[in-house]
Design a protein around this ligand. Structure first.
Ligand code: SF4
Length: 73
């Protein structure tokens, strides 16, 4: 069975969120609330921070529920 994935892009980087493995640690939205806002839909707003900062935060997800891919140019 494949895991559900949700994708969010700013044109440069795509953040991938896998809700089935998210352990709701809150690390993402405590670290970067402008981007990760669980009460909003979509809950990830890629327009509110620079690509480098988004990547830095994604890397801190403790379980791999967040990952990223650089978009092709
Ligand atoms: S940091 Fe990862 S595990 Fe924690 S709430 Fe965010 S996506 Fe889920």
């Amino acid at each position: 069975m494949s895991l559900k994935t949700h994708r969010y892009s700013n044109g440069t980087v795509t953040v991938i969120w896998q809700p089935d493995i998210c352990i709701h640690s809150a690390i993402c939205f405590k670290g970067l609330a402008k981007i990760f806002a669980p009460r909003c839909r979509p809950w990830i707003d890629m327009s509110q921070a620079k690509t480098e900062r988004i990547i830095e935060q994604v890397k801190q997800c403790p379980c791999g529920a967040l990952s990223y891919l650089m978009n092709e140019v």
